[in-house]
Design a protein. Sequence first.
Length: 228
Amino acid sequence: MSLLYDLSANAVRRIYDARITTPPVLDAGMYFPDAAKFIDGWSAIRSEALAIAAQRMQSVPRFHEIMPAQAPISANDGKDWRLFILKVYGTEVERNMAACPSLAQILAASPDVLSASFSFLAPRKHIPRHRGPFRGILRFQLGLSVPVDPEGRPAAVLALNDHEHRIGDGQHLLWDDTYPHEVWNHSDEMRAVLLLDVRRRHMPMDLRVLSSALIASVGMVARLRGVE
């Protein structure tokens, strides 16, 4: 996945930023209609994520172990941010898909999903402010096991373009991760969510072609190198 950052150089980022001016949060019904499948399957997906956490958490890699270039946002405070990857730019991690049959079935019926993972955020973890590289892809987040604060609100906070979002159990958000964002887990419990990278709809034809080329290039290299 780190190759996406290499391929999406600053010049490419500027092209997308100049041509696509949608807000940080987008309507899932318009931009990701298959979101409804994941929302409807929330309970089964949650059970599979919690089973992974209970049975094999220590073998789930930290984000900077997958993408060493991301150590500044993953290894910044000594607290874990672990990703259980099921799919990377069209390439499935077969043993991980097999461990999550309900989610795998939904993914198979959702062709716009390029990548999928469970994100496990340790208690008190802070992911510093950063930007994604590539506006041709959107991020879908589904809360699976999100601790609450003393006021009953989700204790995990996504600050997206300086606006606070609290995505609780069963709640979702479709957002553009090229806007500056950071995350806190203000609790003493793990936070678990489903993260999907989704092909952006409603782009000009030339950007659709460019996006397809970038996505295909990253997927090809992922297959050649193998994904964990």
